[in-house]
Design a protein around this ligand. Structure first.
Ligand code: SF4
Length: 753
């Protein structure tokens, strides 16, 4: 066990006492979310004055997890603080930079070659600052965290939006930007606006073709991609207890798709079994002894309307499999309605590829159930009609799946096995030249299906489903196939029906511990040298952003007014750009290159008001900056939804974008922008979005008096010499205003050193 058991022992020892104190302070029974949050709050005595969705508070997380794409910038920022080591246990996982093409061995070899410089940097930085390092091939961050570090009742932050996966093991685990991780690594509290708590009661039991994935696919359809914003989703009920720990983790993982801060389940027998199976028997025992502290109080679950801000219920017994898509995970389609919906959508019915695995769905249970579908198909003389790709979440899962014979079944059917890494889930899928790519349909068990997300091709229609449904549809090769009702012709022209999948939550002998790829920081770290070549294209030492000479934001052109959805993929694309995550100047060349300009409906084509020409966004941004001009970005709803990547916030700051004005922000992106010193504003009247013209010059007045809740006035100076005024709101608290005034949160840390 690499988890520090002394820390865990002392955590559980004091837990019941701390919870009693909180119950007394609040004077009512507690949800699990309140128990976890308030046992980690910096100022416990002040909790009775805190209002959900109104007040900010500082928390002290137990751990930090970072993946290689976001860790580079987080650690480059940490180096700027001058601290000697991370104040809390932390880990870095090399999973995002491995491209899937030929298969695990070959792909891993070329990743090691291509990314050597980055891996060496991360390995040495981790050694120097006392951080656990997981080499490429060891697994995907959330799976490795679940197998090794997560524990019930804990609070963890991670520089990846699917960090909430650890909620499957009873941990509150929000995804954050790298700057938040830097705060915590330097010993500061982690700031969060107190979330609302959404209760979801699960009743009944899953059966047949349905799986935990279908619960969250249905819920995302109910909530939409922003319905969970500013909330923690807490699951309870007999249905919750009937799910495996890894099934719960899948649900918590994809809770991020509703915009929720994180999701959590209370401790139960499935978590205990998982802890024992992953060689953490003592943690299971300690958690069992404290089980009342690790779930909501009985009064809360008996009368949930009274204690949750919102309440939903899902009956697992009547749930059917879902297929969500295309292009957004909240377009939830029950499989019985798939035929009519797909025929309306006009996407190709033939499935070019089915992919299973990723951090979302690569548990032993997922792999065993998907392999049972393929095994049943083979025994009925059916074969795969689509390309089929398996991506194990960790080396531990890969090894046990190999030993159990699941991988052999996949290989026998002609499937390709990719490395234990993100691969196609984050655009790291080499399907050949983009020019050769055609309009096509894929189905996968990952969590996101935004345009271009898997393969960079805007014409790939991606659908999300459970691994067993992906396997069945890959056998049929057709999006219209419903394995619950439909029949197939086999190679002998007999009509056959696929039996329901079968599998086990965990192998009888347990998930054998393997620390393959794990690197412990050395005891003596004094002589570790961190080298970054000045000629490097991948890594660049950070220069702190300058603070604002004066808070006088005048005469700013509109860099882009974005139309419609603007995810972090639109703002700072992944795929080929992942390689520049440690080099701010180079990665900034992708700024807003995926967003639609509302004035001409085009991507990466905006008016340069100095030349009068339409040019790529980064070129115009650079021109403005080089001419001493600041600029403004305008957007619509849920701006910056998607990932936690802070490059999407550092790039505008690098280019001199001073303010971003939108109808609403996604939580992590808004915080990231605030941390980097970009002013985040929201329209008081959403219709004012339409008043902003392409060649406007904008002034923002009253910034010297910026204070919580105080509105700001914007002047729109139109080119026809008319002037309009609009109002903007903001969500800054006093602390965040001090980040803004210092030029960035990091500047403030450096000043207080
Ligand atoms: S969601 Fe995809 S890209 Fe993100 S950690 Fe999981 S596998 Fe990797």
């Amino acid at each position: 066990m690499i988890l520090d058991i002394d820390i865990i022992r002392s955590f559980y020892k004091s837990l019941p006492g701390r919870i009693d104190e909180i119950r007394k302070l609040l004077g009512h029974p507690l949800t699990l979310t309140e128990k976890i949050l308030f046992t980690h709050i910096v100022n416990r005595s002040g909790i009775s004055g805190l209002r959900r969705k109104e007040n900010y508070a500082d928390f002290l997380p137990d751990r930090i997890a970072m993946q290689d794409a976001t860790a580079q910038m987080a650690l480059l920022q940490f180096m700027v603080t001058g601290k000697e080591q991370s104040s809390v246990p932390a880990s870095v996982h090399c999973d995002h930079l491995i491209t899937g093409k030929f298969g695990a061995d070959e792909d891993l070899k070329s990743a090691l070659e291509m990314n050597r410089e980055v891996y060496e940097f991360l390995s040495s930085v981790c050694g120097k600052y006392n951080i656990d390092f997981w080499n490429p091939g060891a697994g995907i961050i959330h799976q490795v965290v679940l197998e090794n570090y997560a524990f019930p009742g804990g609070l963890m932050i991670g520089t990846d939006s699917h960090t909430p996966t650890a909620g499957g093991l009873g941990m509150l685990a929000p995804g954050v930007g790298g700057a938040d991780a830097v705060d915590v690594m330097t010993g500061m509290g982690w700031e969060l606006k107190l979330p609302e708590i959404i209760g979801v009661r699960l009743k009944g039991r899953l059966n047949g073709w349905t799986s935990a994935k279908d619960i969250i696919l249905k819920l995302i359809g109910m909530f939409t991609v922003k319905g969970g914003t500013g909330s923690v989703i807490e699951y309870f009920g007999d249905g919750a207890e009937s799910l495996s720990c890894t099934g719960k983790a899948t649900i918590c993982n994809m809770g991020a798709e509703t915009g929720a801060t994180c999701s959590v389940f209370g401790f139960d027998a499935s978590m205990s079994e998982y802890l024992v199976s992953t060689a953490r028997g003592e943690v299971a025992e300690l958690a069992f002894r404290n089980k009342d502290s690790l779930t909501g109080d009985p009064e809360v679950y008996a009368d949930p309307e009274k204690y949750f801000d919102h309440l939903y219920e899902i009956d697992l017994s009547s749930l059917e499999p879902y297929i969500n898509g295309p292009f957004t995970p909240d377009r939830a389609i029950p499989i019985s309605r798939m035929k009519e919906e797909v025929l309306k959508s006009g996407c190709p019915l033939k499935i070019s590829a089915g992919l299973i695995g990723s951090c979302t769905n690569s548990s032993y249970e997922d792999i065993s159930r998907a392999s049972s579908v393929i095994e049943n198909a083979l025994s009925q003389k059916l074969s795969l009609k689509s390309e089929f790709i398996v991506i194990p979440g960790s080396e531990r899962i890969r090894t046990i799946s190999e030993e159990a014979g699941f991988m052999e079944i996949f290989r026998k059917a002609g499937a390709k096995l990719f490395a234990n890494a993100c691969g196609p889930c984050i655009g790291q899928w080499d399907r050949g030249s983009i020019d050769d790519m055609k309009v096509n349909t894929i189905i996968h068990s990952f969590n996101r299906n935004f345009a271009k997300r898997a393969d960079g091709n805007p014409d790939t229609y991606a659908f999300v489903a459970s691994p067993e449904i992906v396997a069945a549809l890959s056998v049929a090769g057709n999006l219209l196939f419903n394995p619950l009702t439909d029949l197939l012709f086999n190679s002998e022209r007999d009509i056959v029906k696929l039996p329901e999948p079968s599998g086990r939550a965990l192998p009888q002998e347990g998930l054998k511990p393997t620390l393959s790829g794990y690197q412990q920081p050395p005891a003596d770290r004094t002589n570790i040298d961190i080298k970054i070549s000045p000629d490097s294209e991948r890594l660049q030492l950070l220069e702190p952003f300058k603070d604002y000479d004066e808070l006088d934001f005048q005469n700013m052109p509109v860099l882009i007014k974005v139309k419609g959805k603007c995810t972090t993929d639109h703002i700072s694309m992944a795929g080929i750009w992942l390689k520049y995550r440690g080099h701010l100047e180079n990665i900034s060349e992708n700024y807003m290159t995926g967003a639609f300009n509302s004035f001409n409906g085009k991507i990466n084509s905006v008016l340069n008001v100095l030349s009068g020409n339409y040019e790529p966004v980064p070129k115009v941004a650079r021109t403005y900056r080089n001419n001493g001009l600041s600029s403004v970005v305008v957007g619509e709803d849920n701006f910056g939804e998607g990932s936690s990547r802070e490059h999407a916030a550092m790039e505008p700051r690098f280019f001199g974008v001073r303010a971003i004005i939108v109808k609403s922000f996604a939580r992590i992106h808004e915080t990231n922008l605030k941390k980097q010193g970009v002013l985040t504003l929201t329209f008081i009247n959403n219709s004012d979005y339409y008043k902003i013209r392409e060649d406007d010059w904008i002034d923002i007045n009253g910034l010297e008096q910026l204070s919580p809740g105080r509105k700001l006035k914007l002047t729109l100076n139109h080119s026809d010499e008319t002037v309009e005024y609009i109002e903007a709101g903001h969500s800054y608290n006093e602390n965040q205003i001090s980040w803004f005034k210092a030029g960035s949160a990091l500047n403030l840390i450096r000043k207080s050193k």
